[in-house]
Design a protein around this ligand. Structure first.
Ligand SMILES: Nc1nc2c(c(=O)[nH]1)N[C@H]1C(S)=C(S)[C@@H](COP(=O)(O)O)O[C@H]1N2
Ligand SMILES: [Mo]
Length: 508
């Protein structure tokens, strides 16, 4: 039996172990990128001098990361032990020090992850769990210390039970965290090693001059890392392609189920499609253009045999999110895809890996289901989808719109000639002209860049002459049917904002 100081040290180790497990489990529940252990480890890796890194790699080889994690764990347990002894000697100094390590963990996470309040949860959960457990155990040890000889046996058993129970909790929690982490790593490995099939029908070639390359304007192709992300997932669903399948159900002649391997073996096509969010404010950035590799939804629906009377397809994702898409948008000639890749790379997890839908001409909330697992052919009248159940319109065709990228709002520019540039979009209809206006002047035709297709946005640029002073630049687009962009200001709810994007600048 350890002495009383030994118990205090053991209590501290148990508290530290539970703290680590709590932090890792919280990260597992939210997002793997928020793991405090990984964050601290990465900070260590970055801080360690090169020669030490080389030494570690020489000694531990490819197990260098495991060696780092193991030494971190040993160090954490030693710190825990010291905190335990300190807590016994000078309560609550030990638990305060343990809690401070939670704050340090938070700092490490913040230095790694993109800031979001969520990133603070795992280290704070860790710190809180550590403090509470240590205080509870230390109180028992103090009771044991103060116990008269007649009670010594009972209070020692109480300490033994509490410390032993805590150790078991730490072990089980840690085991769960490790298991969840390794299944995440497994999916990430599968994704990293995927061989994408060559498209049977390659994407449209980008015509020369489609990207005007005006400094300050968004590029024609949005890199995956810069593509906006909108979803209701608190934690990015990690879907294993080996167990993923897509079922076609509802008003069909025969239910069909397709595996990832079967989907990858289909004749896939590549298409440029600009995806936009209904919540995009006028002038906003919830829009991006990418090259999608996928299989036409219409072919899968044809295999299932759509029954008469159906007018919608309810798509469901692995995390339960749903969208209802007009059936005709999935059966007409447009490139509605079950997409497996984005800009030549397997879908990033946050953009729907392994499979998502992309439908030209419709806002994402009624069409672009990520992590899709079911297509139910049905009637609008019989279904409620996630957002249409929350006040958004049942139909969500993308509205004709345009945006000035440069100059930026409030920018100070030189008086004289200035290039106004940006993008215009009317997916699946096409843009025919873009016009720019200075203050209350005439609408001037902008130079319209070559387009990839009617399903993608188009760049424009216009040279305007700005005298000194404050000016308002406005833009409007015309679609391929000759419709002029709606200037009336309407909010994003229920079916997308309208109004013209204006930018105020100061010319000097
Ligand atoms: N599973 C799932 N798919 C989803 C959503 C969602 O919340 N969950 N959001 C949709 C919305 S509103 C939009 S605008 C697009 C955004 O796709 P992106 O995040 O790849 O840009 O995904 C759509 N697909
Ligand atoms: Mo959206």
């Amino acid at each position: 039996m350890p002495g009383k100081r030994g118990w205090a040290a053991a209590a501290g180790m148990v508290a530290a172990g539970i703290a680590v497990a709590a932090g890792e489990l919280a990260a597992a529940a939210l997002s793997p990128s928020l793991s405090p252990v990984t964050a601290v480890g990465s900070v260590v890796i970055d801080a360690v001098p090169g020669p030490v890194k080389d030494w570690a790699i020489a000694v531990f080889g490819t197990s260098d990361k495991i060696a780092l994690l193991a030494s971190m764990l040993v160090l954490i347990l030693l710190i825990g032990a010291a905190c335990g002894v300190l807590e016994k000697a000078r309560p609550p100094a030990g638990s305060a020090v343990l809690g401070a390590f939670g704050v340090l963990g938070a700092a490490a996470v913040l230095s790694r992850a993109q800031f979001s309040p969520l990133a603070l949860l795992p280290p704070l959960a860790a710190g809180l769990a550590g403090v509470l457990v240590l205080r509870a155990l230390a109180a028992r040890i103090r009771r044991y210390e103060a116990a008269p000889p007649s009670d010594a046996g009972a209070s020692r058993r109480d300490v033994l039970r509490a410390v032993g129970g805590g150790a078991a909790v730490a072990a089980v929690g840690g085991g769960l965290a490790v298991a969840s982490r390794s299944s995440q790593v497994a999916v990430e490995d599968l994704r990293a090693n995927l061989q994408l099939p060559a498209p049977v029908q390659p994407a449209q070639a980008i015509p020369a001059g489609a990207d005007l390359g005006v400094p300050g304007a968004e590029p024609l192709v949005t890199p995956n890392g810069a593509f906006y992300r909108i979803d209701t997932a608190l934690r990015v669903p990690l879907v294993n392609p080996d167990t993923w399948s897509l079922r076609v159900t509802g008003m069909v002649d025969r239910e069909v189920e397709i595996s990832y391997a079967e989907l990858m073996a289909k004749p896939l096509q590549e298409s440029w499609i600009t995806l936009a969010c209904v919540s995009n404010e006028v002038g906003g950035s919830l829009i991006g253009n990418a090259k999608w590799l996928g299989w036409p939804v219409r072919t899968l629906l044809a295999e299932a045999g759509v029954q008469p009377g159906a007018d919608t397809v309810l798509s469901r994702s692995a995390d339960g999110w749903t969208a209802t898409t007009p059936l005709e948008a999935l059966t007409d000639a447009r490139d509605s895809l079950l997409a497996v890749a984005m800009n030549g790379e397997p879908l990033p997890p946050e953009h729907g890996f392994p499979v998502r839908m992309v439908v030209p001409g419709l806002y994402g909330y009624v069409s672009a289901t990520k992590w899709v697992t079911e297509l139910k052919v049905s009637r609008f009248a019989d279904e409620a989808a996630y957002w249409t159940d929350r006040g958004w319109s049942e139909r969500g065709p993308v509205k004709l719109s345009s945006r000035i990228d440069t100059p930026g709002r409030g920018e100070n520019i030189n008086a004289g000639k200035t290039t106004v540039a940006g993008v215009a979009w009317a997916q699946h209809t096409g843009i025919s002209a873009v016009q720019v206006k200075v203050d209350d002047g005439e609408w001037l035709d902008a130079r319209l860049a070559a387009g990839i297709s009617a399903d993608t946005w188009r760049q424009f640029a216009a040279e305007v002459d700005l005298p000194e002073g404050e000016h308002t630049l406005s833009v409007r687009a015309l679609d391929a049917n000759g419709n002029v962009q709606d200037a009336a200001e309407r909010p994003v709810v229920p079916d997308g904002a309208t109004g013209l994007h204006t930018v105020r600048v100061q010319a000097a």
